[in-house]
Design a protein around this ligand. Structure first.
Ligand code: SF4
Ligand code: F3S
Ligand code: FES
Length: 238
């Protein structure tokens, strides 16, 4: 089939503003949008820039806006979209070129929540044991692939880019809910500051955008509850 594709192209080093470019390519209904982008790049315009790696929804590198919604290009089939296919970079991150956005700020926020197990107790001889019920507490948030689709679909983030954003909070949740982790006191200040979880207005775009089906809004709510419980505890007299 012949398929019309519109792509928002931009080379900040050479152009003043982004411009739409239209292409007509050969495609199958079972092709993924990633295949369509390859078709454009390999047969029509080799200068098109986009990120991809695994092509199987695991690495999170090809998140972009497709027909108005953030998705992974490797997980969306042509037959599931109404033509023309319209592709734009994720909103709210600086464009490096075409569909490639800078993830620097995104990973800076990720590092802020200390995304690793914190436990200074001497390690046991074998593994640190955990019950299936305790493991279940962070099953959902452990599926995050750091694609950025949630953060760049969040109106609170668009309004204020200082907001930590749903992806960083999901990662914080993954460790805060881990019974083996003792790092809550080190993580919670960043989550509780003005640019932390309280900037979330429960808009749910993040949950709708997540290609891993994570209930992002619920995870943010869990972290808010944790903060409320922590800071509303009666203080002991010194
Ligand atoms: Fe991507 Fe979902 Fe992780 Fe957000 S929570 S970064 S949308 S995988
Ligand atoms: Fe934004 Fe999601 Fe909260 S869209 S406002 S982070 S529920
Ligand atoms: Fe890895 Fe799409 S290329 S998630």
């Amino acid at each position: 089939m012949r398929l019309d594709v519109k792509i928002l192209r931009f080379n900040p080093e050479a152009e003043a503003r982004p411009q739409w470019r239209a292409y007509t390519v050969e495609a199958q209904p079972t092709d993924r949008v990633l295949d369509v982008l390859h078709e454009v790049k390999w047969r029509h315009d080799g200068s098109l820039a986009f990120r991809r790696s695994c092509a199987h929804g695991i690495c999170g590198s090809d998140a972009m806006m497709i027909n108005g919604r953030n998705r992974l290009a490797c997980k969306v089939l042509v037959r599931d979209l109404k033509p023309p296919i319209v592709v734009e970079p994720m909103r709210g991150f600086p464009v490096v070129k075409d569909l490639v956005v800078s993830m620097e700020g995104f990973f800076e926020k990720y590092r802020k929540i200390k995304p690793y197990l914190i436990n200074d107790e001497p390690p046991p001889e074998t593994e640190r044991l955990q019950s299936p019920a305790d493991r279940e507490q962070f099953e959902d948030t452990s599926k995050c692939i750091l694609c950025g689709a949630c953060t760049t679909s969040c109106p609170s983030f668009w309004a204020n880019s200082a907001y930590l954003g749903p992806a960083a909070i999901v990662q914080a949740h993954r460790f805060l809910m881990d019974s083996r982790d003792h790092g809550a006191a080190q993580r919670l200040p960043a989550l509780n500051e003005a640019s932390g979880v309280w900037r979330c207005r429960t808009i749910f775009n993040c949950t709708e955008a997540c290609p891993r089906g994570i209930n992002v809004t619920k995870a943010i709510g869990d972290v808010k509850k944790l903060l409320v419980n922590l800071f509303s505890r009666p203080r002991r007299n010194p």
